[in-house]
Design a protein around this ligand. Structure first.
Ligand SMILES: [Zn+2]
Ligand SMILES: [Zn+2]
Length: 214
């Protein structure tokens, strides 16, 4: 799986354009906003945009989804249905976070743990990772040893759990029982900030390093 990170919104959210090199079929993970920038990259790279994938329902991750879906005539897929309330709450989220007004929408498809998303000849597996939000999911490419983890895990940090229906214990469980088993070598693209690997975080992350949880 090829990818390019396109930071979007005032929150510098790591929107990712991902594609199958062979077929040029592409998806956008978490288009929080700045959809012109995303569409320009699609054209520049000669890709065929096929779908939008969402990790969770926070506005910095989904704020541009509906507009992009409409402009490119592509479906919105994900997150898990437990984040439906966040997506329905988008008009309020846009007010609270000082974003341009954003309408609620209904994804074409919600995803569940164990689902597979195909993109050309590439496959992503879906992991349900509740905690930051109840319907948060991560996408994993076994072929590329790469994961998109949204706001579950960051380099040297973890997702906030001070939102409605957040749960700190669930978050820790998602990280240690869903992400760690993918392998220490796996690199991940977090929702914000620089990339890292699961192995690096198991050693040095001040919240979830192995030695802290023992
Ligand atoms: Zn979030
Ligand atoms: Zn975020």
């Amino acid at each position: 799986m090829k990818y390019q990170i396109i930071p979007v919104t005032p929150f510098q959210q790591n929107c990712s354009l991902i594609w199958c090199e062979k077929t040029k079929r592409a998806a956008v993970v978490d288009p929080g906003g700045n959809i012109d920038r995303i569409q320009n990259e699609v054209v520049k790279l000669g890709l065929v945009l096929e779908k939008i994938l969402l990790t969770h329902g926070h506005i910095d991750h989904v704020g541009g989804a509906k507009a992009l879906a409409k402009a490119a005539n592509i479906p919105i897929i994900g997150p898990h249905i437990a984040d439906k309330f966040w997506i329905e709450n988008l008009p309020k989220q846009s007010q609270n976070f000082g974003f341009p007004h954003c309408d609620a929408f209904e994804p074409e498809q919600y995803l569940q743990d164990g689902d597979i998303v195909n993109l050309g000849e590439q496959r992503l597996s879906v992991l349900h990772c509740p905690g930051h939000t109840p319907g948060h999911i991560a996408f994993f490419s076994a072929q590329s040893q790469l994961a998109w983890v949204g706001d579950v895990l960051f380099r040297s940090s973890i997702g906030r759990t001070d939102f409605p229906q957040s749960n700190h214990q669930d978050l820790i469980h998602s990280i240690t029982e869903k992400l760690w088993p993918l392998g220490a070598e796996v690199a991940f693209i977090p929702g914000h900030g620089p990339m890292s690997t699961f192995g690096e975080e198991r050693e040095h992350n001040p919240f979830v390093a192995d030695q802290l949880l023992r």
